[in-house]
Design a protein around this ligand. Structure first.
Ligand SMILES: Nc1ncnc2c1ncn2[C@@H]1O[C@H](COP(=O)(O)OS(=O)(=O)O)[C@@H](OP(=O)(O)O)[C@H]1O
Ligand SMILES: Nc1ncnc2c1ncn2[C@@H]1O[C@H](COP(=O)(O)OP(=O)(O)O)[C@@H](O)[C@H]1O
Length: 227
């Protein structure tokens, strides 16, 4: 997973808080964004960028005073979902559990950022059913060939060698969303562009009250690779 350095976040925050600095010189002050709570559900292949974008978006939202929590498939599988394997049935159960937790977090006013492969349409439909109208499906779109070429965790190579059974995209299906609420094309866009798009989408969808001087400035976010 790509690490987004704190100094980068500081720079991004400084950029985003430019309106606040202007506000302090004459205009009204309030810049803290108040969220109604919501769930952005990131689905995509292994290596598509879900974890990178989830953690960076959480930092960007936090820099704006928005509370968020990341539910990452990899991490959930070390605890809450440690009893589950990668059969279709167990994957569905992992999605169900993540949806239940995300729903609770959203009810508490947080933005839950879920990063799970959640490979089948039916699984994500179940998550939507559990969460209701606060659910937004975000397709983290990347070509299998790019994910496999990068093979950040070496899992694709293992799957090709037959050392991992039922690996998504190789020997288990991935059904891309046909009507995602937002598509983040990580082949075509930088981490910074994707995070800006996600953060501004969250603001548009879930921010309940904010001052009327204009939307936040999410641009200026840069990952270490883009600095
Ligand atoms: N067989 C198989 N298929 C896919 N992925 C596998 C598999 N075995 C292990 N891994 C690792 O598990 C991470 C995906 O877990 P998820 O809970 O997100 O998957 S799922 O939603 O239940 O399909 C996934 O992490 P990400 O690469 O972050 O997606 C892999 O590191
Ligand atoms: N636009 C982008 N968004 C997210 N990740 C990207 C992007 N471009 C390149 N990458 C790289 O792709 C990899 C994605 O890995 P990761 O976030 O762990 O994916 P996933 O959680 O989907 O398995 C990281 O090494 C990251 O630096």
């Amino acid at each position: 997973m790509q690490r987004v350095e704190d100094s980068t976040i500081d720079e991004a925050r400084d950029g985003m808080f430019l309106p606040l600095r202007r506000a302090l010189h004459g205009e009204p002050k309030s810049r803290k964004l108040t969220s109604e709570g919501g769930v952005v559900w990131l689905t995509g292949l292994s290596g598509s960028g879900k974890s990178t974008l989830a953690s960076a978006a959480a930092k960007a939202l936090s820099a704006h005073g928005m509370r968020s929590a990341v539910l990452d498939g990899d991490i959930l599988r070390r605890g809450l979902n440690s009893d589950l394997n990668f059969s279709a049935c167990d994957r569905h159960e992992s999605v169900r559990r993540a949806a239940e937790v995300a729903s609770m977090l959203a009810n508490e006013g947080l933005i839950a950022i879920v990063a799970l492969i959640s490979p089948l349409v039916q699984m994500r439909a179940h998550a939507r059913e559990i969460i209701g109208d606060r659910f937004r499906e975000i397709y983290v779109k990347a070509q299998l060939s790019r994910c496999e070429a990068a093979d950040v965790k070496g899992l694709y190579a293992k799957a090709r060698r037959g050392e991992i059974a039922g690996f998504t995209g190789i020997s288990a299906p991935y059904e891309a969303p046909l009507d995602a609420d937002l598509v983040l094309d990580t082949d075509a866009q930088t981490v910074g562009q994707c995070v800006s798009a996600l953060a501004s989408y969250v603001e548009l969808q879930f921010v309940a009250s904010w001052d009327t001087r204009g939307r936040s400035e999410w641009n200026g976010f840069r990952s270490i690779n883009e600095a």
